[in-house]
Design a binder for this molecule. Sequence first.
Ligand SMILES: Cc1cc2nc3c(=O)[nH]c(=O)nc-3n(C[C@H](O)[C@H](O)[C@H](O)COP(=O)(O)OP(=O)(O)OC[C@H]3O[C@@H](n4cnc5c(N)ncnc54)[C@H](O)[C@@H]3O)c2cc1C
Length: 460
Amino acid sequence: MLLKNDYKKIEKIIGNNNILTSKEECYCYSTDSSNMQNAGKVPEAVVFVKNIEEIQNIMKYAYDNGIPIVSRGAGTNMVGSCVCANGGIVLNFSKMNKILEIDSVNMTATVQPGVVLGDLKSETEKLGLLFPPDPSNYRVSTVGGAIAQSSSGAMAFKYGTTKDYVLSLTVVTSDGRIMKLGADTIKDSVGYHLAQLMVGSEGTLAVIAEATLKLIPKPEAHRVVAAYFDEIDNCVESVSNIISKQIFPAAIDFMDKNSIATTEEFVKCGLNTQKEGLLLVELDGFESSMEYQINKTKAALKESGASEIRVSESEEDYNDIWQARRVSFAAATRLAPDVLSDDIIVPRKNFSKMVKKCKEIANKYNLKMCLVAHAGDGNIHPQIALNIEDEDEFRKYTDAKSEMYEYAISLNGTISAEHGVGAEKKNYASKIIDKNALEYMKMIKKVFDPKNILNPNKII
Ligand SMILES: Cc1cc2nc3c(=O)[nH]c(=O)nc-3n(C[C@H](O)[C@H](O)[C@H](O)COP(=O)(O)OP(=O)(O)OC[C@H]3O[C@@H](n4cnc5c(N)ncnc54)[C@H](O)[C@@H]3O)c2cc1C
């Protein structure tokens, strides 16, 4: 527990007006976008760091005094990664939100952890470059959060995930050492890849203070092809059919009938609510290749039984079509007081089986579910609308979720593709990670954080 003297010392490190201490203000930082608000305590202080030296001095103080430290970006993770299991200090990076350099020759961006992904995207795009990872809430979530949570999004199908774009990191360890991990080069074969170890570590191994990220040339043009299907199997088959025609879409996303109807009710964007599934296929590349790619994709979709196909005709049209998918979660929040989204992943050939099983399980437990997915990746987001304060309904939800996880594992899949483990999936993760690997993970945690002060009680 922080004492009066601790507050004084912390304030001395970070200066006036950079700390919140009142219960009311700290309460706002006691939860994130998960349902895990009861899994932690209200933090005792929220500290706004402005540079690496301040992070270092805070860490040294925390280490010496055994104070838990929870790093926090925008707090939008969905698994309770930011809840303060043991109270302590929340490190807030909103004052470390500078893009330090965009090097268009080397195609890299060096940024502070609090940079919002959407800002990085728009700045790089001005130079004809692209940072592909695109969690659908990229307009608010941060680079630090994306790295620590191993986030991705629709474009992972072609461009990979955040881990593929981290070249080097400057981190502060639990005892206050500053370490540069990796190299600012496209290739690096020197030593263990500790920068990659930080990806997905959810703030449990070190604090990320700076990142150098790989960029790629921004494709000249893009279109989205939206195809409706009467049968989910046909919808899924069309993904392989597109690929067999040697077309490599940037993204292949899916919305089920419930999600289409709920989204249409919310935004009135002209979705066909009578269909079982909607597939959104993003094509990109040179403008001159667009017609060729569109024709081949349309042919594959028709062969697989698409009953209605629409191709974006302008940038506005393109944004409108994707907007429907991006607001699907917000739309589902209108169905009940709470919506809990999951992110199971299975090998793509098992995608159809998994989707059907999720629907069967939701029906069995009488749960309202909208299902969206990154179909190209086999990554399924069942969005379950419920009242988490209704004990009976919440029990049904947890039982349903366990059944979905078990089925995903039986299909060679896993329980999180991009949302991470946090506090919420900790118990499941410990069951499915290889026993020996789990022992090694525990040893790694001890090496980096011997006093267990970095985001305690998460992942394992
Ligand atoms: C509506 C909605 C849609 C979403 N869509 C997607 C999606 O399409 N794809 C996807 O992958 N995810 C998605 N997410 C979840 C996604 O994981 C988070 O949104 C995002 O990556 C977290 O970023 P953040 O800045 O909010 O981080 P936070 O939630 O604040 O933190 C996430 C983790 O990162 C750690 N952390 C933050 N900063 C640092 C740092 N500097 N050093 C060390 N650790 C740090 C925290 O301790 C925590 O463990 C969605 C979430 C919402 C609410």
